[in-house]
Design a protein around this ligand. Structure first.
Ligand code: ADP
Length: 469
């Protein structure tokens, strides 16, 4: 308040006492001189009080403006009027309450941003003008150079997804799902949910949330390929069989020579189909319980001896020898005997099928000091290795990583000629995985191959370590 206003206020406040003094002087109760002196004294007194009052108010106003600018400040000290002190204290309390609210909001905003950044799904926020107004880290990795302030079409050009956005932004839909493919190094498939956000989210009116479908699509593709491969594998022996049946029903109807000639081939083809169906069923069964570890006790050396004895006839047919050696006294493990028989049967039978005439199949059981990386978590347990080594043409390096894929063969004709289904190693891989083990294949062209199965060995102390992992 200016000085003139101060004088005017003091004057206004002095009007009633001045009127009383004039009345007293006019009725000769006091002299006019005394009345003037009293009026001047009252005027000076009011001015003095008002100055102190306004000084207090100015201090409070200054304090209020520092609070407005910095949200903190030192409240004025030694205020003369209680009302001014109360006002100052109210400002302090209001500011403290606001500060607390702001801190909570800031914490919440940064937590929301952090939560958003930790989401594995890319999320992009867009306003009504289709401008990108926010995104999380996953979105930044998906769309290179993603920045706010640009039109969405700078990053997404897919017309179907943009149509979906238009549907939602025009209010025709509240949300819309669209499949979207990002063609970077490898194709990635996403299900994109475009949704309208509540009005309180400011300039973030719409959200596009991307769920990765790549693995799902891969599995679907693998299933389709597998069904096609299985169908193809079954069709060949089936058409051979049908061909022979037609011949026997037609031109060779009464020809006992043709019958004698065709029947062994028909039996071979039927057996091939039988093996294939058995392997397919086996694989389906194994995949069903692959994630349930076995719980029975069994002994690896005993199993291998049994398998080797069973394959002796096949080995003799090629004048081959199966030699089993072990550097372990104890070869017990937790496992399903039938499944481990299937594992070693497949490996030793392959060694015989693909091994050279008159050669030896060496089966070695040993303990491993440095387990392969896949079994790193069992490094404190005993790991047993069973290697099946053959003397054969070997396998070129580029085929090794694909050998355990279903129906993958290095030489399809040769595999079929020796009665292979192309599923044996896929079955072995799944069975070994169920036993918490792993298989490593090594081969040298012109020398032979080594298929090594690593299995955690059962001992009193590693059993529960093994099954807790
Ligand atoms: P198959 O029934 O055809 O033998 P597998 O799944 O057992 O199917 O093996 C896949 C392919 O791996 C075989 O077709 C063959 O090309 C190759 N293979 C497997 N074992 C051996 C081995 N001991 N020596 C050479 N090649 C092998």
């Amino acid at each position: 308040m200016g000085f003139r206003q101060l004088l005017a206020t003091a004057f206004a406040l002095n009007v009633p006492p001045a009127a009383i003094l004039i009345l007293l002087a006019a009725s000769d109760q006091i002299t006019w001189g005394l009345a003037v002196v009293c009026a001047l004294a009252a005027y000076a007194g009011v001015i003095g009080i008002l100055r102190i009052y306004f000084k207090d108010l100015r201090s409070v106003a200054r304090y209020a403006s520092t609070l407005r600018d910095h949200f903190r400040g030192t409240p004025p000290q030694h205020l003369s009027f209680d009302a001014a002190a109360e006002l100052s204290s109210l400002y302090t309390q209001i500011t403290a309450a606001f500060r607390e609210r702001i801190l909570t909001l800031e914490a919440q905003t940064s937590t929301d941003a952090e939560i958003l950044d930790h989401l594995p799904n890319p999320v992009v926020m867009v306003n009504r003008q289709r401008t990108v107004t926010g995104f999380n880290q996953a979105a930044k990795s998906l769309f290179h150079n993603l920045e706010t302030g640009h039109d969405l079409t700078r990053y997404i050009r897919d017309p179907i997804l943009l149509d979906a956005f238009d549907m939602v932004s025009s209010g025709r839909r509240t949300l819309q799902h669209t499949e979207f493919v990002v063609a970077s190094d490898a194709q990635r498939h996403f299900d994109v949910l475009t949704a309208h956000l509540p009005a309180e989210t400011g300039n973030r009116n719409f959200v596009l949330s991307f769920s990765d479908l790549t693995e799902l699509r891969k599995v679907e593709q693998m299933r389709a390929d597998f069904a096609a491969d299985a169908g193809h594998e079954l069709r060949t022996p089936l058409s051979v069989l049908l061909g022979f049946i037609e011949t026997l029903e037609g031109p060779a109807k009464d020809d006992p020579d043709a019958l004698g000639q065709f029947l062994p081939v028909m039996r071979d083809q039927a057996q091939r189909m039988q093996s294939l169906v058995e392997d397919l069923l086996s694989l389906a069964r194994i995949e069903l319980n692959e994630h349930t570890p076995p719980s029975n006790d069994c002994d690896v050396a005993t199993i291998i001896d049994k398998v080797a004895a069973g394959l002796r006839v096949k080995a003799d047919a090629k004048n081959m020898n199966i030699r089993v050696t072990s550097t372990l006294d104890q070869t017990a493990t937790i496992g399903e005997e039938k499944e481990l028989v299937q594992v070693f049967q497949n490996l030793i039978e392959n060694a015989i099928k693909y091994g050279h005439q008159d050669s030896t199949v060496d089966v070695k059981i040993s303990l491993v000091k440095n387990p392969p990386a896949a079994l790193a978590r069992y490094r404190h347990s005993r790991i047993m290795a069973v290697s099946v080594c053959d003397q054969s043409d070997g396998i070129a390096r580029e085929h090794l990583p694909r050998l355990t894929e279903r129906f993958y063969r290095v030489d399809t004709a040769r595999s079929r000629a020796v009665g292979g289904t192309g599923l044996g190693l896929a079955i072995v891989k799944h069975l070994v995985q169920r036993h918490r083990g792993t298989m490593i294949i090594d081969s040298e062209v012109g020398k032979g191959s080594v298929f090594t199965v690593y299995l955690p060995a059962q001992t009193a102390d590693n059993v529960h370590k093994l099954y807790r992992a």
